[in-house]
Write a protein that binds this ligand. Structure first.
Ligand SMILES: [Zn+2]
Length: 223
């Protein structure tokens, strides 16, 4: 005993269950809805996404803005594929509008780049006929080839520069969910695999500059 007085409230047994059930319900559902919209997104994300129509690009977060850079360094979380989720539908369309925006004209984009911490990316498939843009939920790289490739990279979140990296894997194995909730495994190589590596890094708060720094450090260590 440390001398402090501890007061205990004794609830009848059933009351205890009701109370703990209410607490669990609050944790599960309390912070995930806004204005009656049920969604896997946070209420802040719902507001950001539903603020404009599906063809309006979103603001791209940049590393030279302190607040933006903190978010860009944060890990994203799982998103449940759901064709009936109006927020998810609006978001993937607006994320596409952002990467195709005349200012951006990117070849890939990840959700954290517009301030949404969910595992969602768009990638242009240069390895497919007509080079379509495709959206992927919860993408995960399961295998990196030892063989690497030298590719010039830029990033919508890192203004006014591009750099050549030589540490990107030539081939990757990956898995992801489609919007319909189908789980797919795939093997991708060449430039398209670099886009996947770059965008999936964003979901872990990693930027291509981190790889560049590592490469420079390795070269100076070997000299
Ligand atoms: Zn990027």
């Amino acid at each position: 005993m440390n001398g402090s007085y501890k007061r205990t409230i004794l609830y009848p047994q059933p009351m205890k269950y009701i109370l703990s059930f209410s607490v669990i319900c609050f944790i599960l559902f309390g912070c995930s809805s806004s204005k009656g919209i049920k969604s896997s997104f946070s209420s802040q994300e719902v507001n950001l996404i539903m603020h404009s129509d599906s063809i309006t690009p979103m603001r791209v977060y940049k590393i030279n803005n302190k607040k933006d850079s903190l978010l860009l360094r944060t890990k994203s979380t799982y998103i449940k594929p759901d064709l009936k989720d109006p927020v998810l539908q609006r978001f993937v369309k607006r994320l596409y509008a952002t990467v195709r925006d005349s200012i951006s004209m990117g070849v890939g984009i990840a959700a954290p780049q517009v301030g949404v911490l969910k595992n969602i990316i768009w990638v242009q498939r240069f390895d497919k006929p007509d080079m379509p843009f495709e959206v992927y939920l919860n993408p995960k790289i399961t295998k990196y080839s030892k063989k690497t490739q030298k590719v010039k990279e830029g990033c919508l979140s890192i203004p006014n520069r591009s750099d050549t990296l030589s540490s990107r894997s030539l081939t990757i194995s990956l898995e992801y969910d489609t919007m319909e909730g189908v789980h797919i495994t795939d093997t991708v190589e060449g430039f398209t695999s670099v886009i996947f590596q770059h965008e999936i890094d964003h979901l872990h708060g990693i930027l291509y500059l981190d790889h560049l720094q590592k490469e420079i450090k390795e070269v100076s260590n070997s000299n």
